[in-house]
Design a protein around this ligand. Structure first.
Ligand SMILES: Cc1cc2nc3c(=O)[nH]c(=O)nc-3n(C[C@H](O)[C@H](O)[C@H](O)COP(=O)(O)OP(=O)(O)OC[C@H]3O[C@@H](n4cnc5c(N)ncnc54)[C@H](O)[C@@H]3O)c2cc1C
Length: 706
């Protein structure tokens, strides 16, 4: 379509089948067995742990005590359709399109234009995350001249946005590129840049010529030229898409000449075609028939734009030199002052037209012109049954699958970033390989500096007022901090009637998971007692890979996890914890403080510990999540930084609230605990109970505030 940028603002169910390998000690979990309610020192009203384990699945009944309560939690994670575990090799987009077409499974793609402001980028990526849940085949970013499209230093450029979509949103991404406005050498540089960014899909375009330019001959290049350059200089590196015009391009000598020209673009190397928008199914049907008659055999995907408002569709039609059919215009005129009615009508029209095209098989898939809005396209895709709700995880964390040239081989990550996957991707963006054993004991991974990440992360945070509503306008003591963590876990509204959708350590908003519900009381107990948990996972012994809570990977496999808990605890308690841990040789710990002047561990200083692994038919054992001492020291800085840069920064400099958070930052230690004995009930909460068992109420507070 024309490069229009409209004015938009920016119960756990036990498994029904038998569970192989489950331990038989299925009565209570470690925490429940050992916890005496009297020994819990509460800061507010006590909430004794009283969870029943009778409704746990067998593999977890014996030993499940903790739960990941990050947004990447097992039940909440949705993998995109083709992110299968076996996708460790890059598969070109056009090959995957061909596969989907030959299997008769329609799909969809989504087109966006770059957000206008840097502030809009983080919000844009969050929106893309929501779109990703529907399982698009690829995202598509327009080449917008006003964005300074090839300037990778600019967050809002087309190239930066396409690279961010590919890296952070984990969906295959296509970048539009126009050539008319540039010398050939410049376009070759743009193509080289795209390659350097890992982009493998291009929509090769001429671009619109300046309206008032009297001499169009000064713009000699057309899409056909660029397609030829791509194939000459880059071989088959890129999947190339070409534009098609169902009514003929307005500048074409004739409709027939335009189709003949399209055939030339395909013959030069275009792998598939996306069309300009149109208003009636017949238009596309005729166009496809004419293309086939002309010998064009590649997939032709219809570009669909649901009418969202009277003004915008008129403007788009005008710019694209399209005529809106009279019967549609008449209806729009009659409802033009009722925005909701126009939107509903637009959705209805799009659903009817797309259903006809998909049912007849003339369209293999749909390309949605989203105009950076969410509602209408999502409604259309849902009504057509194309919006996926897939809950199969290929890995415990969200992988890139077979469409990212490097990350398709990534198979292990440290557990620390599980609530901050974008940050992890950012910090490892310059890694040039993801082999097995990246976290082997000889590795010394270099991470990118956090600063740039914060540029877009902080901008994506809710505004200050919304954060104050969540994190309290004033913190009078540590009990107020505890309340924030507890309210986050329980998702009960706080005193302002607001739910805490994320903690400063979470990138994404809270999504409840059955796994978290299961052990919520234990985590609440920790946080009520000023043990501030920021990450955890239950121990799992041989859960089927199909398990809805903790399963991942290929069908027919079994999954394992060691209980893991990560939290901030006062230095005084950390000292005691270290002493208590002497009695628990099966537990690996790492205790560190803000400047690493405390850095205690009972593990090999360079050896990663596998905390999640899986055994699958016909494969080596997969070990996708580790606790790694080297990267923990990197993560430490990021975790401490969140206390100050995200939370404390909300309050005036000399305020009590700010000082309190600064004191926690200065005094508290960050601790990881791994219970290696995953077949027995986990002892992690038992350990914490001992740490605080003989404290009196006053001792619960930390040294710095005393
Ligand atoms: C799916 C899609 C996405 C788009 N994305 C963008 C975008 O991101 N940014 C942007 O600026 N614009 C975008 N556009 C708009 C596009 O740039 C304009 O429509 C532009 O006027 C034509 O570009 P093109 O690549 O389709 O042109 P081309 O395919 O090069 O064709 C241009 C015109 O020249 C004619 N022509 C050229 N050579 C011959 C020949 N030898 N014989 C006969 N006729 C010939 C064609 O028939 C046509 O009329 C998009 C359009 C579509 C359909």
């Amino acid at each position: 379509m024309a490069s229009v940028q409209p004015q938009t603002t920016d119960t756990l169910e036990p498994p029904t089948n038998g569970v192989n390998g489950a331990t038989t000690n299925g009565t209570t979990n470690g925490f429940n067995r050992n916890l005496s309610t009297n020994s819990l020192k509460k800061l507010n009203s006590p909430i004794p742990y009283c969870g029943s384990t009778n409704d746990l699945p067998a593999y977890a009944r014996s030993n499940s005590t903790l739960s990941r309560h990050s947004p990447d939690s097992a039940a909440s994670v949705k993998a995109s359709g083709d992110n299968l575990r076996e996708c460790t090799e890059y598969v070109p987009l056009h090959k995957r399109i061909e596969k989907r077409i030959s299997s008769g499974t329609p799909f969809f793609s989504l087109e966006f234009f770059p957000p206008k402001t840097a502030n809009g980028v983080a919000n844009f990526l969050t929106r893309i995350d929501r779109y990703r849940d529907g399982g698009p085949m690829f995202l598509d970013i327009t080449w917008h001249l006003g964005s300074d499209p090839a300037n990778i230093e600019k967050e809002t450029s087309s190239s930066s946005i396409a690279a961010a979509c590919l890296a952070y949103c984990r969906v295959d991404t296509m970048l539009h590129m126009t050539c008319a406005q540039y010398p050939k050498e410049q376009t070759l540089k743009h193509l080289q840049l795209a390659q350097n960014l890992g982009i493998r899909n291009l929509l090769a375009l001429r671009g619109d010529l300046p309206i008032n330019d009297s001499d169009p001959s000064i713009y000699p290049y057309r899409a056909l030229d660029m397609i030829r350059w791509v194939r000459t200089h880059f071989g088959n590196y890129f999947t190339v898409c070409a534009s098609g015009y169902p009514k003929g391009h307005p500048e074409a000598p004739s409709y027939a000449a335009d189709i003949a020209y399209l055939k030339m673009k395909v013959d030069a190397g275009a792998d598939f075609i996306i069309t300009q928008l149109f208003f009636e199914a017949e238009t596309f049907e005729t166009f496809v028939a004419d293309c086939r008659a002309a010998g064009i055999t590649v997939p032709i995907i219809p570009g669909i734009m649901p009418i969202a408002s009277y003004d915008s569709i008129r403007r788009v039609a005008e710019l694209s030199k399209l005529t809106i059919p009279k019967h549609i215009m008449d209806t729009l005129e009659s409802i033009r002052h009722d925005d909701e009615a126009v939107t509903k009508y637009g959705i209805h029209l799009a659903v009817e037209m797309c259903r006809r095209l998909l049912d007849s098989g003339v369209a293999p898939s749909l390309h949605m012109y989203t105009m950076n809005r969410e509602h209408s396209c999502r409604e259309v895709l849902q009504a057509l049954g194309l919006w996926q709700h897939e809950s199969i995880r290929s890995l415990p964390w969200l992988p890139h699958g077979g469409h990212h040239p490097l990350r398709c081989r990534e198979d292990v990550r440290p557990i620390y970033w599980c609530a901050r996957p974008k940050s992890y991707i950012f910090r490892t963006k310059d890694w040039d390989e993801y082999p097995n054993g990246r976290w082997g004991n000889s590795s010394s991974p270099a991470f990118n500096d956090l600063q740039e990440y914060y540029m877009f992360y902080l901008k994506g945070l809710p505004n200050k007022e919304a954060m104050l509503q969540m994190y309290s306008r004033e913190l009078n003591g540590i009990e107020d901090v505890c309340r924030v963590f507890v309210k986050f876990l329980t998702q009960e509204p706080n005193e302002e009637g607001v739910k805490i959708s994320k903690l400063p350590w979470n990138e994404q908003e809270f999504e409840t998971s059955a796994e978290t519900e299961l052990i919520k009381d234990q985590l609440v107990w920790c946080n009520e007692n000023a043990i501030f948990t920021i990450n955890s996972q239950p121990s799992v012994n041989s859960a089927p890979s199909s398990d809805p809570l903790v399963g991942w990977g290929k069908p027919g496999g079994y999954c394992y996890q060691k209980a893991y808990l990560e939290f901030f605890i006062s230095k005084a308690r950390a000292i005691k914890l270290k002493a208590v841990l002497e009695q628990y040789p099966q537990v690996n710990y790492h205790v560190i403080n803000k400047d690493a002047s405390i850095d205690w561990s009972n593990s090999d200083p360079t050896m990663p510990i596998a905390v999640t692994w899986g055994v699958f038919p016909g494969c080596e054992i997969a070990q996708p999540t580790v606790v790694d001492p080297l990267s923990f020291r990197v993560w430490k800085d990021e975790a401490y930084d969140a206390w100050l840069n995200i939370w404390a920064a909300l309050y005036p400099e000399e305020s009590k609230s700010r000082k309190l958070l600064q004191d926690i930052h200065d005094d508290f230690c960050l601790v990881t605990l791994v219970d290696n004995d995953f077949v027995k009930p986990s002892v992690l909460f038992e350990i914490l109970e001992q740490v605080i068992s003989d404290e009196n109420e006053a001792a619960v507070t930390f040294a710095a505030s005393g």
